[in-house]
Design a protein. Structure first.
Length: 359
């Protein structure tokens, strides 16, 4: 058995043991789609000593590259700083595209639960791996996948076509969707967001499902699984397992407060009760942590926060932005914790501006 074969078999054993293959088709697709074919020869590895990402070339260390690619619970960073690493030393600060951890990918697919032949809109093409898995289930003709970064979109399209998959790959802003191919039975976003675009509701079929990892400024709140109502005017559902993904590019915060709030000093203070007189102001950024690239919260290193909305809480998204739970104001649609009166079940083309880069 080759190194790739050994690592794949090991991943399958671990995923099997955790119950990650929620549907039989997911197991078959995981065996069929060669994960390593969707990863570039250079990946990026986070180094704690300088809190930066360093390149790892397949040619320099194929064994480690293979282990990273086939690790079942960790993502592989495939781009940093929007494709512009530091010219001085070639390192990067912010992961901006990845192949998500296999268990996170399977969690998202299980929540999406597409039927054969259903129409799916996927936001966040990334490497193209998730798109290939979806093609195995619904067929390429039924998948529209959107990626903001033109170089990533073109590379993903080439990989998909080389392996015989023919989804429509669109370079554009996933927040605007792809209205010309609507309606969709499923909308799957593989990037974290703090507001659900109302266009995803209007482009969904009645009873369609929207799946996206929702977050607040400080933490992942849970995987939102929303059902679109019959009139396509609103969507409601439940939060599931918290997942960490890169942000939609259009929803990034340039003034991210995380490095100030979740510093090493503050973490130690919260653990050991350091008195105010001994508090320090030193900070260590957690923004570039390996956990920021597509993995279930339960598989990440120890975290410095708690989820505000408990799993099973009810999110709703309507035509109006929420300024506080239970209150709406005019503007872009938002998502807010509330409880509806009754449960609900759960070539590269150009099409806009910005969207996600995780996949």
């Amino acid at each position: 058995m080759t190194g790739v074969g050994r690592q794949h078999a090991k991943a399958v054993r671990i995923l099997d043991g955790s119950g990650a293959f929620a549907r039989p088709w997911m197991r078959q697709a995981f065996h069929t789609v060669p994960r390593q074919e969707f990863v570039p020869d250079t990946v990026w590895v986070w180094h704690a000593e300088d809190d930066r990402y360093h390149p790892l070339s397949r040619a320099d260390d194929e064994e480690r590259w293979t282990e990273l690619v086939h690790h079942p619970t960790l993502p592989v960073v495939t781009q940093v700083d929007d494709g512009r690493p530091a010219p001085s030393d070639g390192t990067g600060e912010l992961p901006t595209s990845s192949m998500s951890a296999a268990n996170a990918v399977l969690t998202m697919l299980a929540a999406t639960d597409p039927e054969p032949g259903s129409r799916v809109l996927h936001i966040g093409t990334g490497t193209g791996y998730d798109s290939a898995l979806l093609c195995e289930r619904i067929g390429g003709a039924n998948l529209v996948t959107i990626e903001v970064d033109r170089s990533l979109a073109e590379a993903a399209r080439e990989r998909l076509h080389r392996l015989g998959y023919r989804p429509r790959v669109v370079c554009g802003d996933g927040e605007f969707g792809q209205p010309q191919d609507a309606p969709y039975d499923r909308v799957l976003c593989t990037a974290s967001l703090s507001r659900v675009p109302y266009t995803w509701i209007t482009q969904s079929a009645p009873g369609g499902r929207i799946v996206a990892p929702w977050k607040t400024t400080f933490q992942p709140a849970g995987l939102a699984v929303l059902t679109v109502d019959a009139g396509r005017r609103s969507a409601s559902g439940r939060f599931g397992m918290p997942l960490t993904f890169m942000d939609l590019r259009g929803q990034r915060r340039p003034d991210n407060p995380l490095p100030r709030v979740y510093s090493t000093a503050r973490w130690e203070e919260s653990r050991h009760g350091t008195p105010p007189s001994l508090r320090t102001s030193s900070t260590t950024s957690t923004r570039a942590s390996p956990s920021a690239c597509g993995c279930p919260a339960s598989t990440r290193p120890a975290h410095r926060h708690r989820t505000a909305l408990p799993p099973g809480g009810w999110p709703r998204t309507l035509p109006g932005r929420t300024s506080a739970p239970g209150r709406r104001s005019s503007g872009a649609p938002g998502i807010w914790p509330g409880r509806p009166s009754r449960p609900t079940s759960g070539g590269c083309e150009r099409a806009g501006r910005k969207c996600s880069t995780s996949g």
